[in-house]
Design a binder for this molecule. Structure first.
Ligand code: FMN
Length: 275
């Protein structure tokens, strides 16, 4: 609905509610039965209309958030600050505090992800949230697949390293969000991977704004690309669908985060201005 139409609707509801309340008040001056039932009916109608008005106001708020107009509450320096202060936070620096991250926060991050740009609107992202028993199964399968699929001498060192992480670091992870690509043949693969990357950045930024941290891990390729992992994540590899790693989610320890140093090369080294 256009803004003007929405405003008209809200205004009409307010006017009718005020009218109904006025009728109810005036009706009390009349003799029964008018003074008995008309005020009740008038107040009931006014309540219904005011409830409609409240709902309309809420709808307007959420409409503004997703409506495409620039939100007036944000200015460029705030947006830039959010972008520059987001950091990849690793499990060793997470609190592991149970209940620190809500499902609603994760849903907000995933909602942000789906607003990434996408060529031909293929929306090639697909996310699998692994928590609880599914998280443990994902970790164990990762180690087993590395054991099975890596060259023996590499497998030994990798599995030992992963077992240490499983004991020490991974318990601090709240959940993994598997970053998956669902292919559409009308768009080259690189464009769809790029769109998924944009989605992940949206997710990371909104997470960062809420104190939900994490990082994009490519994950162990030997495990990530195995048919058993595809089965767990319900990936259809025959169609070209893939797992592009996982977003490792957790709550960062504030004192550790203070030690994170942002590091980027100078803008001039990355930009060629041609006129
Ligand atoms: C596609 C992609 C894959 C990544 N894979 C890993 C990874 O496997 N392991 C890791 O430690 N960091 C990984 N990172 C995170 C980078 O290490 C991190 O972004 C970089 O150090 C810059 O730090 P910042 O994100 O705090 O600016 C990955 C990042 C991207 C975009």
């Amino acid at each position: 609905m256009h803004n003007q139409q929405q405003q008209d609707r809200g205004g009409s509801m307010l006017l009718l509610a005020t009218g109904a309340a006025a009728v109810a008040t005036v009706a009390t001056l009349f003799p029964p039965p008018v003074s008995a039932w008309l005020p009740v009916a008038g107040i009931a109608i006014a309540i219904v209309l005011l409830a409609g008005l409240a709902q309309w106001i809420l709808q307007q708020d959420s409409g503004n958030a997703a409506g495409g107009s620039t939100p007036s509450s944000l200015n460029p320096s705030q947006v830039l600050e959010l972008i520059k202060t987001r950091r990849s936070v690793f499990p060793k620096d997470m609190t592991g505090e149970a209940g620190a991250i809500s499902k609603q926060q994760l849903a907000t991050m995933l909602d942000a992800a789906r607003w990434a740009p996408t060529h031909k609107l293929t929306e090639p992202w697909h996310f699998v949230v692994l928590s609880g028993a599914a998280k443990a199964a994902f970790e164990e399968l990762t180690i087993e697949l590395c054991q099975q699929r890596l060259e023996p001498e590499k497998a030994e060192a990798t599995v030992a390293k992963l077992r240490r992480k499983q004991a020490k670091d991974w318990p601090k992870v709240h959940c993994y969000i598997a970053i998956c690509l669902k292919r559409h043949q009308e768009v080259p693969e690189w464009e769809e991977i790029a769109a998924v990357a944009c989605a992940v950045q949206n997710m990371a930024l909104v997470g960062s704004s809420m104190g939900v941290h994490g990082y994009w891990s490519s994950w162990q390729p030997a495990a990530r690309d195995a048919p058993e992992m595809h089965e767990l994540l319900q990936i259809d590899a025959a169609k070209g669908d893939r797992c592009l790693g996982v977003f490792v989610v957790g709550q960062g320890q504030q004192e550790r985060l203070a030690g994170y140093r942002p590091r980027r090369q100078e803008l001039d080294e990355k930009v060629l201005w041609l006129q």
